[in-house]
Design a protein around this ligand. Structure first.
Ligand code: ZN
Ligand code: FE
Length: 257
């Protein structure tokens, strides 16, 4: 039996920790302190650290955790993260906690961003996607192009619908305010927004989400839907192909208040 825990950090990060009651794996530990606290509280030994990209809110605690626990660190092959670590990219399989994690290249937020997908964690697929996919949104394009990010999100969209999706930020409510503005007649979206508002009122995370849920409500997985194409063309009347529409929707989100 593996258990997944969202450890809150900073303002709105979640540090995802997976454990079997004895050993643990942590993803993107931007801060070591809350991870040490959780390990001590549950009496766990940290085996593995998975890093999705180089931003400090995902890597700030890596060295302290590695030095103190001896955990093995995996990270993107083409980005600078705290050394030593094993550089991995798409096609690579990692064994951790007795399970398999496949590396998927998902450039866009950063140019070397990777995600980790396990086809079976206690009967369900599991995805750690860093800052690529959020519930109701996607990461800002700091280093990559719209074409790269669309390609990355298209890959994630083909994962099984019941995949448990562990995103690293609690941005859901603000993402959904934008989503409703550009996809106003989406009944699944308004239902989901009500559900998430209720969760946040009780101080509960809106995450993890699932691929099936995101396909219904996430504007960045729905840029080929007529409503999103129409919204994109309000901004850029010449947006014809998938990439131009995606770029325009991303631009609208950047400007949205
Ligand atoms: Zn980031
Ligand atoms: Fe981040």
């Amino acid at each position: 039996m593996l258990k997944i825990i969202a450890i809150p950090a900073f303002n709105d990060n979640y540090l995802w920790l997976l454990h079997d009651g004895k050993r643990a794996l942590v993803v993107d530990p931007g801060d070591a302190t809350p991870v040490f606290d959780t390990l001590a509280e549950l009496n766990l030994k940290l085996d593995v650290i998975l890093v999705t990209h180089h931003h400090l809110d995902h890597t700030g605690g890596v060295s302290a955790l590695r030095v103190k626990t001896g955990a093995k660190v995996y990270g993107p092959a083409t980005e600078n993260i705290p050394k030593p670590y094993e550089a991995v990219s798409e096609g690579r399989n990692i064994t951790a906690l007795g399970g398999q994690f496949q590396v998927i290249d998902v450039p866009g937020h950063t140019s070397g961003h990777i995600a980790y997908f396990s086809p079976d964690v206690d009967g369900k697929p599991l995805l750690f996607c860093g800052d690529t996919l959020f519930s109701g949104g996607c990461g800002r394009l700091f280093e990559g192009t719209p074409a790269q990010m669309l390609g990355s999100l298209d890959k994630l969209a083909t994962l099984p619908g019941n995949t448990v999706v562990c995103c690293t930020h609690e941005y859901t409510l603000s993402n959904l305010r934008f989503a409703v503005a550009v996809d106003p007649d989406n009944a699944d979206l308004s239902r989901y927004q009500t559900h998430c508002i209720n969760l946040r009122e009780q101080n509960l995370p809106t995450l993890p989400t699932s691929i099936a849920q995101e396909l219904l409500i996430n504007p960045f997985l729905r840029t080929r839907q007529p409503a999103l194409v129409a919204a994109a063309r309000q901004l850029d009347a010449s947006a014809q192909d998938d990439t131009a529409v995606f770029a325009a929707v991303r631009q609208l989100k950047n400007q949205f208040k």
